[in-house]
Design a protein around this ligand. Structure first.
Ligand SMILES: [Zn+2]
Length: 260
């Protein structure tokens, strides 16, 4: 009898897996982590002549106007944001054209923090992916694969976060093309995520990773927060980018949920 009860328990827990229901999330029964940084004028942004910091001004106050209201402006690719496939490729979807179903995906979080220490220009390698799969099994089709580099700890220090040398070239970790080609071709992933300014490492000039992923219709989540609080496997990604018509991406509420 005990064996039957145990078997029943095992079967039901396997069937449930780690997928939280919407009810689990709404009731607080699921584990949820906010993967976004709050927007403010101190946020890091892409250091180019056409980019600007986040700006916010109060346009009405309760004291004076009886209503509190603000107005903001920002580049699409500032803060925790989504890169739409048309960011680097003609004919690919704009941010408003992404299906909502595309914005829900299993997450894999590959921890490369120990290698990144002392090697700012590290690129997550195929060997890192293979080591991850050896431990956690093959990455499922439709997954969004995140690199946990630990770079998020510099978020509140723009100079450290972009880490420019005397020539202005940035130094922060990203993905290698070998790893990403494997993930796209052999695992058919939906996209990538990272806790730095870009999925391409800092010194990149050709943005090869952007071309590879967007060429396959995939998207990125950049400047992700709190990745260290998400399990390596079993969590789900939920992204809600702003719906800018023909936008190349945009600020997004991004979070992760899994069944406790
Ligand atoms: Zn971007």
């Amino acid at each position: 009898m005990k064996k039957i009860i145990l078997l029943g328990f095992l079967l039901s827990s396997c069937a449930r897996g780690t997928i939280p229901t919407l009810e689990d999330i709404a009731s607080g029964d699921a584990a949820v982590v906010d993967l976004g940084h709050a927007l403010n004028r101190h946020n890091p942004y892409w250091p180019g002549p056409v980019y600007e910091p986040f700006q916010f001004k109060i346009i009405a106050t309760l004291e004076k106007d009886g209503v509190y209201s603000g107005a903001f402006s920002m580049p699409e690719h500032l803060g925790t944001h989504l890169d739409a496939p048309n960011h680097f490729k003609l004919g690919q979807k704009a941010v408003d054209q992404l299906e909502l179903s595309e914005l829900v995906a299993p997450m894999a979080v590959i921890d490369v923090r120990s290698v990144v220490q002392g090697h700012s220009d590290y690129q997550l390698s195929l060997a890192d992916v293979e080591a991850f799969e050896k431990k956690h099994g093959p990455i499922a089709e439709g997954t969004v694969v995140f690199a946990l580099t630990g770079w998020g700890r510099y978020w509140n220090d723009f100079a450290r976060y972009k880490n420019q040398d005397t020539l202005g070239r940035m130094h922060f970790p990203g993905f290698s093309s070998q790893a990403v080609s494997f993930l796209l071709e052999q695992r058919r992933i939906k996209g990538l995520g990272i806790d730095t300014l870009s999925v391409d490492f800092g010194p990149s000039r050709d943005f090869e990773i952007h071309h590879l992923v967007h060429g396959k219709g995939g998207y990125h989540i950049e400047n992700a927060a709190n990745l260290e609080r998400v399990p390596s496997k079993g969590a789900w990604l939920l992204s809600a980018p702003i719906k800018i018509e023909k936008g190349s991406g945009g600020p997004a509420r991004v979070w992760s949920a899994w069944r406790r």
